[in-house]
Design a protein around this ligand. Structure first.
Ligand SMILES: Cc1cc2nc3c(=O)[nH]c(=O)nc-3n(C[C@H](O)[C@H](O)[C@H](O)COP(=O)(O)OP(=O)(O)OC[C@H]3O[C@@H](n4cnc5c(N)ncnc54)[C@H](O)[C@@H]3O)c2cc1C
Length: 376
């Protein structure tokens, strides 16, 4: 008797170049690629992968990944389900249900247009709404976790749809269960955000406070905050656009140090760096309001280590915001990982601090990543 595999109705493509799906504009091809418009299509794609024993990668807007020059030897599933609607509201708040493939910044614009507070400082972050939860995006003070009401996820092992309250998502600084303990287990189908109808401007971040102080505006509107954030972001590093190279935002995470580690860093800076660097570190310490770890900007470390503008191949450390590694045009993943390794080793040698990557390297083996980033 002839036995055959069921034919999937969802269109599964072969050999799809991933470069155009990333903001870095770097990377090889996916062995298989599928756009999943519905949960059923997602499940079918997972079945396809299971039957062929393929690894699966869920690709959102490609703004927090670096795809290897060899590409991805498995199935890439690209969520494509859109939708943005008020799920519930009361006199104080609106809860917005957002499908995973909505562009995050469209969600922010929608909230600002409707006078809902909570995510305005997260303006102009690229990528999809579902992926925003993966690393609990944050900028200029707030993080997504501040207004998350619920997440709807597909358990990729069982095919079940589950609803997770925020506590189940394990959210922290650039962290969730989705990029740590339960990575590759769940696909996020949608998120619900509780937004306030009567918020007030979040000006705790010094750059934001200074922006409005300079303009004598102590009570900016939502639209003014969004405009300010976009202007500040654009002045620091280029928003990736088709025609100009690319980047993946911050390539390294900021350091979260305990008191003892901070002291260690301070001693090293006092010993090996000019007075100006010591003053800047003291200022970072002054700004810290506990409890919790002391946030030390990795950009500060990269700056004092002379990494601004450093170039390898066609990849370069950004001059104004050195956390960002730039594809100057035609950079390979090898260029970027070599540059990241150089930056990591330089910072470790000169300050004793180990900095870690923010974007996910995709299609690299663990050994390759370790070799690029190795600190002797
Ligand atoms: C110019 C620029 C500025 C940035 N600024 C910031 C910033 O200020 N703050 C900040 O936090 N980040 C920032 N980022 C990083 C990035 O935009 C965010 O992390 C964003 O949320 C990634 O979304 P994405 O759709 O592009 O995800 P992708 O890059 O496609 O994927 C990132 C990770 O999420 C997983 N993933 C994607 N979709 C899903 C899903 N539906 N279910 C499960 N897993 C999924 C992927 O497998 C991968 O592990 C910036 C990036 C750029 C390029």
């Amino acid at each position: 008797m002839l036995c055959c595999l069921p034919v999937p109705t969802v269109e599964i493509q072969r050999g799809v170049p991933l470069k155009p799906y990333t903001t870095f504009k770097i990377g090889g091809r996916a062995k298989y690629f599928v756009r999943a418009e519905t949960v059923e299509e997602f499940r079918e794609a997972l079945d396809f992968a299971r039957r062929r024993n393929l690894r699966v990668f869920v690709l959102g807007g490609g703004s927090n990944i670096l795809v290897s020059d060899r590409g991805f030897d498995g199935l890439v599933i690209h969520p494509a389900q859109r939708g943005l609607a008020v799920a519930s509201e009361d006199e104080k708040s609106s809860t917005l249900r957002v499908a995973a493939a909505e562009k995050w910044d469209d969600v922010v614009r929608h909230a600002v247009d409707h006078h809902w507070w909570g995510i305005e400082n997260l303006s102009h972050i690229p990528g999809q709404a579902g992926a925003a939860l993966v690393q609990n995006i944050g900028a200029y003070g707030p993080q997504l976790s501040d207004c998350l009401a619920q997440a709807e996820v597909l358990d990729m092992a069982t095919g079940q749809i589950l609803e997770f309250p925020p506590a189940r998502c394990g959210l922290g600084y650039r962290r969730s269960i989705f990029n740590s303990t339960e990575k590759n287990r769940y696909a996020i189908l949608g998120i619900s955000l509780r937004l306030s109808k009567f918020g007030k401007p979040d000006l705790r971040y010094p750059d934001v406070a200074a922006y409005f102080e300079e303009r004598g505006n102590s009570s900016p509107s939502l639209a003014e905050i969004r405009k300010a954030i976009i202007a500040m972001r654009d002045s620091k590093f280029p928003f990736p656009r088709e025609e100009k190279g690319g980047n993946a935002g911050s390539f390294f995470k900021n350091l979260q140090l305990g008191e003892a580690e901070f002291q260690k860093l301070q001693k090293r800076v006092q010993k090996d760096f000019p007075h100006r660097a010591q003053e800047r570190l003291a200022e970072i310490r002054r700004r810290y309001v506990g409890p919790g770890p002391i946030k030390v900007p990795t950009a500060f470390l990269m700056d004092i280590c002379g990494l601004k503008g450093f170039r390898l191949g066609n990849a370069q450390v950004n001059e104004t915001q050195p956390l960002v590694l730039l594809n100057l045009g035609g950079a390979t993943a090898h260029d970027v990982m070599s540059l990241a390794g150089h930056a990591r080793r330089t910072v470790a040698e000169r300050t004793g601090m180990a900095i870690s990557l923010e974007p996910e390297p995709v299609g690299f083996s663990a050994e390759e990543v370790a070799e690029y980033l190795n600190i002797p």
